[in-house]
Design a protein around this ligand. Structure first.
Ligand SMILES: [Zn+2]
Length: 380
């Protein structure tokens, strides 16, 4: 297939090109007779990668399943998701990880799976997983040492539990420091809520990511309850500086059933479901002139591809043919394919809209419908 139009080419900026591809990009040249010509207001971009998604599935499929989560992802321009292990059963046994990998074969995006901390790490490490997610409570477990000695990626939740939210305190800083220093090797700090965490991680050689909700929202009800919690206005304002230094943007898509989110704020489960929000949000910053296109592409594609060590995130020969097409459009956000129909981003005004998503060389979303494209495990 050949697509022609305006495209972001690494190191060259926006170029009018023709991209020829099957499952991988075969050629990028200046002219051709295309199968598809993009509109003048559209941009062909490297496919977005979301390192941090809770697909749920297995016994939590009533909240979200592989097909609804990944349909929502392609609607939001996401071509690869990283699935977190805290489902039911927990992904810290060979059996559960194997079951999950099989379930993910229904994914409409490419994917990677992370395992949790447990007693079977040595055997789990031989399975095609991308790495491990270390939750705060895992820091106390003796089994953590096996995860630390794995050469795979370790993703750390660096901040204190939800019960201690509020103003940033000395205690929080110490806990962040202690948490970050526990782990060595390929190490990534996810959903940083403070500029301090991002800076501290960088000085230690760790990569970092941010979520849109920690930048944009205020905690006011169950819909905005999330872990780590949304910080106060001063911390949120300073977190915007991290948009220029962090390595990736993630959604931390964490769906719950309607009845669960309807319960009292003290009792309801934390989590915001916004896998389709991240890409239009970042490219809206680009279209508004607040952010360079190269920075937007880095946060959504090049940066996360580098963290996962994948041949993705660039429009160049031999890279996987995953693309996100965005166009300039004033619209208001809403979910479309997730089991979650209510998010705190609903109605948020955006300037960029995903008009097409291509996964493994096939159209997974055409601006209207999603298609049962088969994504692959990027670790295999
Ligand atoms: Zn999460």
């Amino acid at each position: 297939m050949r697509i022609s139009g305006k495209s972001y080419i690494d190191g060259m900026g926006i170029r009018e090109v023709c991209v020829e591809f099957d499952r991988v990009i075969r050629d990028v040249r200046s002219q051709c007779i295309p199968d598809l010509k993009l509109r003048d207001d559209e941009l062909l971009l490297p496919g977005s990668i979301d390192l941090h998604v809770h697909v749920r599935g297995l016994k939590l499929s009533y909240k979200e399943d592989v097909s609804t989560a990944t349909s929502e992802a392609v609607y939001g321009g996401v071509t690869l998701i990283g699935d977190m292990p805290n489902t039911d059963p927990y992904l810290n046994t060979v059996e559960a990880v194997t079951q999950k990998l099989r379930e993910m074969e229904r994914s409409r995006t490419d994917f990677v799976v992370y395992a949790g901390v447990g007693r079977e790490t040595e055997r789990i490490d031989r399975l095609p997983i991308a790495g491990y997610k270390v939750f705060p409570e895992d820091l106390e477990k003796p089994e953590l040492k096996d995860v630390v000695s794995s050469s795979k990626l370790k993703i750390l939740h660096p901040e204190i539990p939800l019960s201690l939210h509020g103003d940033r305190s000395m205690r929080m800083e110490w806990q962040e420091l202690a948490a970050v220093r526990m782990i060595h090797g390929r190490f990534h700090v996810t959903h940083c809520t403070t500029n301090f965490t991002v800076e501290l991680s960088k000085t230690m050689g760790f990569t970092t990511d941010l979520t849109p909700h920690h930048l944009l929202l205020e905690e006011r009800d169950c819909l905005t309850k999330v872990n780590p919690p949304i910080r106060n206005l001063e911390i949120r304002r300073s977190l915007w500086n991290s948009l220029w230094t962090a390595d990736a943007m993630v959604s931390d898509h964490a769906p719950h059933a309607y009845h669960e989110k309807r319960s009292h704020q003290d009792l309801c489960p934390p989590g915001i479901a916004g896998v389709s929000f991240t890409t239009p949000f970042i490219y809206s910053l680009v279209f508004s002139g607040a952010m360079e296109l190269s920075r937007g592409v880095h946060l959504l594609s090049t940066g996360p591809a580098r963290i996962l060590n994948l041949s993705m995130g660039r429009i160049a020969e031999n890279y996987v043919a995953n693309f996100t097409v965005v166009r300039k459009e004033n619209w208001r956000y809403s979910t479309s394919f997730s089991k979650v129909t209510q998010t705190p981003f609903d109605g948020y005004p955006l300037l960029a809209r995903v008009s097409q998503t291509i996964v493994e060389g096939k159209v997974a979303f055409d601006g209207d419908e999603v298609y049962p494209v088969r994504g692959v495990n990027a670790v295999v």
